[in-house]
Design a protein around this ligand. Structure first.
Ligand code: AGP
Length: 605
């Protein structure tokens, strides 16, 4: 979950590391630190709790004229948030930064009698001391021995005192990308730190050692053989990772959704029909499966819930959705006749990755819907459908959700077509309906003042309830998550018919209820449920289609979306729910893009 970066080259290392950490900060922001070889080739470390800005201030007059260093921004796992627990860690002749979790650090501490040496409470410092113990002048041998004894996930960047100008890296599960550029050699936990310097990069393969010097990068397997890296090219530029005039990344990313949707859908349409030829996804995976299992976490899992509600009635085969962290331990009933759809923006979420590996070991076909090109999930899945949202920086997922939905809608349409559940005309009409959702989203983005105003009531309350039926219930789940994570208002989503079975006891005067009622076939039932909460004094924010007629006074606020086919209302509704969460966070003066306790990419269990 942490952000890591290493640099060796002709430029001032401190500046490159600090700029890189600012780009990576969304991965974790409890504390940050850098270590550089100084002009006398001695390693100097500066680390601080708080954000990168605090670190920048702390080293303003230090670490000048250095050309090699490593930097880290932390999301605490082992050990609290403190200067001592911040990375880099020093151990004898070793300086190390780590992203991941070392599961056996307790037993390693005992086995190598490290208790008296440790100054922090972190698992990472144990790795630093191990390296120091293994180091006899050969960095490869020391790193190899470290890899042999640690269990868990890691991306390490390491400097040895007697090797100024050199950085060594190794990873298992946690990501590491590297590039040699005109400005020098860089390694980082993700691409956003490399983009200012290059568009070409490579993913450090698991259990390979990467070595950076000021003039080259080398890659070796654990037997010491040189390996040619597989160079990839990013398809977005630095602009995509900047705020570009928006006050927050989240607001910018909400605005980017219509474009992201077009980029994801249009290249996959041939004569009005879904076409995955360029993605090299064969129709057999759609025709030969007897069931579908969608696995993901958080927002991506909510996209899966929408897909289930959409797919099952059309395909008439079981479609199940699982939370990845549960799926991997529940011995799921999947086999070679199961298509497992894995959804992940980052492509690095550890539970989702483990679920993918489990699915493959059961013989299931795997299709990953992923945003980050070359990520671990993308590389390990049998097939990949990339979403083209560009980098999503705000911790709260917005555009990634919409494009995941778009990819799932297209998958569903292609499946229905090749399984004979849709005629060509029906499939073409479906895709046309999907495209109609884009201007509807634009309309809701233009009308964002509505949400800005309505949050004044919301932010004075401790709880908010979301409710809906069918697809609307699936959308509610995401609305509640969004509100919780950035406004810290407790929020829950309910299938509207379920409220009476307990939760309605919590509805008291002024409690906000966000009721989504866009599904025609359950509209009247839904309105009855709204009446029930209104009768108990709830403050009702009702979301319907334009033409919907509701009794005067039923809703305190009524937001209307353009009249769309029921199947596509999620797109404009998502915008409304995202904006409600966004303005609630602003209204409470919170850190919208980097909410407390969270990190963008969850690479630990
Ligand atoms: C939601 O806003 C979160 N950022 C989170 O739930 C996220 O969707 C989840 O951690 C999954 O991440 P992934 O898509 O990168 O796998």
């Amino acid at each position: 979950m942490c952000g890591i970066i290493g640099y060796s080259g002709p430029l001032e290392a401190k500046n490159i590391l600090l700029e890189g950490l600012a780009q990576l900060e969304y991965r974790g922001y409890d504390s940050a630190g850098i270590a550089c070889f100084d002009t006398r080739s001695a390693v100097q470390v500066v680390k601080r709790t708080g954000k990168v800005a605090a670190l920048k201030e702390a080293c303003a007059s230090m670490l000048r004229h250095s050309h090699c260093g490593i930097g880290h921004t932390r999301w605490a796992t082992h050990g609290g948030v403190s200067d001592t627990n911040a990375h880099p860690h020093r151990a004898g002749r070793v300086t190390l930064i780590h992203n991941g979790i070392i599961e056996n650090y307790h037993s390693l501490t005992k086995r190598f009698s490290l208790e008296s040496r440790l100054v922090s409470q972190t698992d990472s410092e144990v790795a630093a001391w191990l390296l120091d113990a293994f180091y006899t002048g050969d960095p490869y041998s020391a790193v190899r021995q470290l890899a042999e004894c640690v269990r868990g996930s890691y991306g390490f960047c390491i400097m040895f005192d007697d090797r100024p100008g050199e950085i060594y890296g190794i990873r298992s599960v946690s990501p590491l990308v590297a590039a040699y550029t005109r400005s020098g050699a860089l390694v980082a936990s993700d691409l956003t730190a490399l983009i200012p310097y290059t568009r070409k990069y490579f993913v450090v393969p698991e259990n390979h050692i990467v070595k950076l010097t000021g003039y080259k990068i080398s890659l070796y397997d654990l037997d010491g053989n040189a390996v040619l890296p597989e160079i990839m090219e990013v398809n977005w530029n630095m602009d995509a990772a900047m705020k570009n005039g928006f006050p927050h990344f989240m607001l910018k990313e909400i605005h980017e959704q219509p474009e992201a949707l077009k980029n994801t859908i249009l290249p996959r349409m041939t004569k009005g029909l879904p076409d995955f030829t360029d993605d090299q996804i064969p129709d057999e995976i759609f025709t030969e499966c007897a069931q579908i299992h969608v696995v993901a976490c958080g927002t991506a899992m909510h996209a899966g819930m929408v897909a289930r509600a959409l797919m099952e009635p059309v395909l008439r085969i079981p479609v199940m959705v699982s939370i990845a962290s549960e799926f991997r331990y529940e011995e799921p009933l999947i086999d070679e006749k199961t298509l497992v759809i894995i959804i992940s923006q980052s492509g690095e979420t550890i539970d989702t990755l483990a679920a993918l590996r489990l699915a493959k070991s059961c013989g299931s076909k795997t299709l990953a819907i992923v945003n980050v090109k070359g990520s671990t999930i993308a590389r390990e899945s049998d097939y990949v459908l990339y979403t083209h949202a560009g980098p999503e920086i705000a911790v709260a997922s917005t555009k990634a959700y919409s494009v995941q939905l778009a990819a799932l809608y297209m998958t569903s349409c292609r499946m229905a077509l090749v399984r004979g559940k849709f005629t060509r005309e029906q499939a073409a009409a479906f895709l046309a309906g999907l495209l109609d959702a884009i201007p509807a989203m634009e309309t809701m983005i233009r009308q964002k003042d509505t949400e800005r105003e309505l949050v004044t009531h919301l932010i004075q309350q401790n709880d908010t309830f979301f409710m809906g039926r069918g697809l609307d219930y699936a959308f509610s789940l995401e609305g509640a998550l969004k509100l919780k994570e950035i406004s810290y208002i407790h929020a829950e989503a309910y299938a509207a018919g379920e409220l009476k079975h307990g939760t309605i006891a919590l509805i008291a005067p002024e409690v906000p209820v966000i009721a989504i009622a866009t599904q025609e076939h359950v509209f009247s039932k839904m309105i009855s449920n709204v009446r029930e909460v209104k009768a108990r004094g709830a403050f009702v924010i009702l979301l319907t289609k334009e033409h919907a007629r509701v009794d005067e006074g039923l809703a305190d606020i009524h937001i209307k979306i353009p009249d769309l086919d029921d199947r596509f209302t999620v797109f404009p509704i998502a915008v409304i729910l995202q904006l409600i969460a966004y303005y609630a966070s602003i209204g409470k003066n919170l850190d919208v893009d980097q909410p407390r306790n969270l990190a963008k990419s969850v690479t630990v269990e």
